[in-house]
Structures are given as structure tokens and as C-alpha cells.
Design a protein around this ligand. Structure first.
Ligand code: ADE
Length: 227
């Protein structure tokens, strides 16, 4: 999978991409992440990427031209054939495991991160295929949201997570929250691991996990069961 990030702050991604699963996925060429600074595509000598809004009012608006030029450059430079262009915004469709699974079907993703107040509407109408929000709150920009998208989507690339079973039993994979997990020691500060997990009866363990997942979902997220 190839991900291209257009941002005014490419440095924000360094730590996230250089650790853990995302680093491993990149090292193994399962995932490519290319960062582009939108400012490099500004046409004036001051490298302006935002301007005041038509119609007045406060705040600044990200200009359309540098963003169009950046997208066109990425498509040409990497010979992309079917890039899916996503704009991260609180106005977008909420990211869920289901939405992430559809995103992961695209081999070429362009993630556009806004900053300042908003983006020129013509970017939305003529360039962007999908708008994604990571939740009902407003962040200072789309960068953290893009990192969340990269993280969630990359786990769905075959072989990124060593143990495929752990993806299958993930919270939300089958519409339920995950069941409780335990590791050694068998007893810790007076708290024992449930007997069934030590029994070696795979059918009973599976039934216990399913029941626990259901119970946890009923308690914490009944909305997941009613839909
Ligand atoms: N940019 C600012 N807030 C955001 C959010 N909640 N989701 C995606 N992008 C954003």
C-alpha cells in the first residue's frame, strides 16, 4: 500500500512512522509513506498557503492552488493510476473499523491535512473523493487524524500484524468489543486468571470469550448491538 500525505507539517509524522508496527511495515516494504509539504507548491515568493476568506469573517482559508499542484505532482511523480484522495476534517464521515476496511482496499491513498480554519471549497468539490473525521472534536489540524488513518489501515494489510488471529479477534472486527486477556503469572496480587483459560478446552474457551465480548459490549457500547 502506498500512502501520500500532503501537510504543512511533515515533521509531525516522524515519530509515529519510525516506531513499532509502522516502522516494521515500511522496512518490509508492505507500506510506503511519502510526506509532501504543501508549502513547497506555493507559487508566490512568500510561499503563501492560506488567505483571508471571501465574504469576510475571521480565520484563514487554505488556498486551492498549492493543494491542486501538490496532488498533481504526486500523481505524476509516482505514476499513480487510481489514487483515492481523502481530506481529514471534523465534517467528514466518522472513521470506524468498517470505514477503515474500505479505505484499505485502495492501494494508493492521498491524505490531505488541513490547517487553519478551513480549506477552499473547490478542493473538496473537484479533488477530494472522501472526507474522514476521527471523532466529534476539533483538532488544530488533520495531521493527527491522518496518522490515525495510516495506523488503522496499515494493520489491515496482510502480513503487517504477525498474528492474523489477533486482527480477527480485534474489538469491532465482528461488531463486538474484545474479550479480556491474561498472561503470566497465573495469580497476580491475589487476582487469579479465570479457570476456563487454564482448562485447555478450546471450545469452552471460545464460548467464554464470546460471552465476555458480548457482556462487555452490552455494558459499554449497547449501541453496537442495536444496529
Ligand atoms: N481536523 C481537525 N479535527 C479533525 C477531526 N476530528 N477529524 C479529522 N480531521 C480533523
Amino acid at each position: 500500500m502506498k500512502v501520500f500525505v500532503l501537510t504543512l507539517f511533515p515533521g509531525m509524522f516522524d515519530g509515529v512512522l519510525q516506531h513499532s508496527m509502522l516502522k516494521r511495515a515500511r522496512d518490509r516494504n508492505l507500506l510506503e509513506v511519502h510526506l509532501y509539504n504543501i508549502r513547497d507548491f506555493a507559487q508566490d515568493k512568500h510561499k503563501t498557503t492560506d488567505d483571508v476568506p471571501y465574504g469576510g469573517g475571521g480565520g484563514m482559508v487554505m488556498k486551492a492552488e498549492p493543494i491542486f499542484l501538490a496532488v498533481e505532482h504526486v500523481i505524476a511523480a509516482h505514476q499513480l493510476t487510481a489514487p483515492h484522495i481523502v481530506y481529514l476534517t471534523p465534517q467528514g464521515e466518522t472513521l470506524t473499523q468498517h470505514v477503515a476496511r474500505t479505505l484499505a482496499t485502495h492501494e494508493e491513498l492521498i491524505l490531505l491535512c488541513g490547517h487553519y480554519e478551513e480549506i477552499d471549497e473547490r478542493v473538496r468539490t473537484a479533488l477530494v473523493h472522501q472526507e474522514i473525521s476521527i471523532g466529534d472534536y476539533v483538532m488544530t489540524g488533520g495531521e493527527l487524524a491522518a496518522m490515525v488513518v495510516i495506523d488503522v489501515v496499515s494493520r489491515m494489510i496482510p502480513d503487517v500484524i504477525g498474528n492474523a488471529q489477533s486482527v480477527i479477534s480485534d474489538s469491532f472486527y465482528d461488531g463486538l468489543l474484545d474479550y479480556p486477556h491474561y498472561t503470566r503469572p497465573q495469580e497476580f496480587r491475589g487476582m487469579a486468571v479465570p479457570d476456563v483459560l487454564l482448562s485447555g478446552h478450546h471450545k469452552q474457551i471460545e464460548a467464554w470469550r464470546r460471552e465476555q465480548a458480548l457482556q462487555r459490549t452490552r455494558q459499554r457500547r449497547p449501541d453496537l448491538l442495536s444496529s
